[in-house]
Design a protein around this ligand. Structure first.
Ligand code: AHR
Length: 508
């Protein structure tokens, strides 16, 4: 048995939680849109072609915001292709994924789908093949109430009310040589500055995210962020981060190191953004949008990313997730919570089929992948404010990270509902963990809910025929006494414990 201890104090608040950290991502890639969220003719589809089974699972997953339409796809996308009468929309070669794009699904369909899914839409403007002019026109089409050619066109297309999209990405991974029309930091920084400027003139209420590096291992990482912010520091609200966890060592112990590296990555980008602020003596702070993250290594090579012959919606990067992937995703969610003072938005990439928590069969059923569960539980139970958690845990050394504490934990308080929620990952793979959480300043009433994501086989998966191999189970035996929560966590388990508290006097 390993022991670990957490101390929080109700007065020591890290940040009010921006629930946009529970975002997801829908790209025109593989079967994410076609055969994923949209499949006219499917038994569960509505009159708009939205798959009802996927919509129901999306609502259960609970993404607060969904990024669209890409990804790499964005850098060659003409938004005009995806609006207006469907029969008149052009078929195009998509050079991001070497597929044929029918454009049967576009912006208005996405906005309607997001409404049906109960989520906020996040859009991107193409800064690969296009630039500020296309961006301001797209924004005018989406958000201007009416009385101009483009806003009236939206009316003609059946949408009299403005879409009022608040969150906009200025391009995607513009530093990546794989990107359609990649740019240097100077070229991109200038483009982001000019694009942001005119977009804000069209709609000053929007929030804008500039592209950070495609990932932390890019040779230009950190220098890219700094130079980009040199150009657009005063114009943008966010800098983006992307990361996909891999498993080169093939062991769960090493795989957990990804979570530590995600934490370092966040802190490095904060440091760079703050350095850009310091250089200007600016009190302004750029926040982080971690708008692509997930586990992705099993379906990663060239053959998973390209099917010859320019097919429509081929099966691409359909990663099948196992139990250790769910634990790493759960750990990443705890890391995002523990950086809630800087990370104000994050998107699990992607939503359906393409490295997705939801899997479908075209013409068949839909089911929850293993990673669905920690995400759905975190999105459901993490509301309110994140407390500063001091964690005392033994740790182990690994090649992927020098020191990995067995316990990773985050504590969130929802003052309004009188609940404090503990998220805890036991990274010890052979021993139970005796967990105690000192909840100082709270009057504890009862353990309301205690659930664990755990399976003895780290390689077990959820499949079409066995969709519930991994599903949350009750965590028995969690107790409260003298201001402390105690629980025994299984080896290799991700847990959520909800404790009812007396409401705070301040919240009343
Ligand atoms: O999510 C898959 C791809 O990964 C996205 O299109 C791109 O932005 C990233 O490289």
């Amino acid at each position: 048995m390993v022991s670990a201890h957490v101390i929080v104090d109700r007065d020591f608040v890290l940040a009010d939680l921006d629930r946009r950290i529970f975002g997801a991502f829908v790209e025109h890639m593989g079967r994410c849109v076609y055969g994923g969220i949209y499949e006219p003719g499917h038994a569960s589809a509505d009159e708009r072609g939205f798959r009802g089974d996927v919509l129901a699972l999306t609502r259960e997953l609970g993404p607060t915001i969904v990024r669209y339409p890409g990804g790499n796809f964005l850098s060659g996308y003409n938004w005009e292709d995806g609006v207006g009468p469907v029969a008149e929309r052009p078929r195009r070669m998509d050079l991001a994924w070497f597929s044929t794009e029918s454009n049967h699904f576009g912006t208005n369909e996405f906005i309607e789908w997001a409404k049906a899914a109960g989520t906020e839409p996040m859009l991107g403007v193409n800064l690969g093949t296009r630039g500020p002019d296309e961006a301001r026109r797209f924004l005018e089409y989406c958000n201007h109430p009416g009385g101009t050619q483009l806003s009236d066109l939206r009316h003609e297309h059946g949408h009299a009310e403005p879409h009022d999209v608040k969150f906009w990405c200025l391009g995607n991974e513009m530093d990546g040589p794989w990107q359609i029309n990649a740019k240097t930091a100077e070229e991109y920084g200038r483009a982001a500055h000019e694009t942001a400027k005119v977009m804000r003139w069209v709609d000053p209420s929007i929030e804008l995210a500039a592209c950070g590096s495609s990932h932390r291992e890019m040779a230009t990482f950190a220098a890219w962020e700094y130079e980009v912010l040199e150009h657009c520091f005063d114009d943008v609200d966010f800098i983006s981060l992307h990361t996909y966890f891999t498993n080169p060592h093939g062991t769960t112990e090493e795989f957990f190191g990804n979570i530590e590296r995600m934490d370092s990555f966040i802190k490095e980008v904060v440091a760079v953004a703050d350095a850009a602020a310091a250089k200007r003596r600016s009190p302004r702070r750029i926040m982080l949008s971690f708008d692509e993250w997930n586990v992705w290594y099993k379906a990663r090579g060239h053959d998973f990313q390209r099917v010859p012959g320019w097919p429509e919606a081929p099966a691409l990067i359909e990663e099948v997730y196992n139990v250790e992937d769910a634990l790493v995703v759960g750990g990443a969610l705890i890391t995002l919570l523990n950086n809630a003072d800087h990370v104000r938005c994050a998107c699990l990439a992607q939503l359906v089929n393409v490295i997705g928590p939801i899997m479908t069969e075209t013409g068949g059923p839909a089911w929850r992948q293993t990673i669905f569960h920690p995400f759905a539980l975190a999105a459901r139970y993490a509301t309110g404010r994140v407390l500063r958690a001091v964690v005392k845990s033994p740790s182990y050394a690994a090649e992927s990270a020098p020191e990995i504490p067995y316990l990773l934990a985050s504590v969130v308080e929802d003052e309004a509902s009188g609940r404090v929620v503990i998220f805890a990952l036991n990274r010890h793979l052979s021993e139970d963990m005796e967990l105690s959480v000192a909840l100082r300043g709270f009057e504890l009433r009862s353990v309301e809910t205690a659930l664990q994501v755990h399976h003895s086989n780290m390689k077990a998966t959820n499949t079409r025929d066995a969709p519930d191999t991994l599903a949350p189970m009750p965590l028995e035996g969690a107790t409260i006494a003298e201001g402390t929560l105690s629980a025994r966590l299984r080896p290799g388990s991700w847990n959520v414990i909800v404790v009812a508290t007396a409401p705070s006097v301040l919240a009343m």
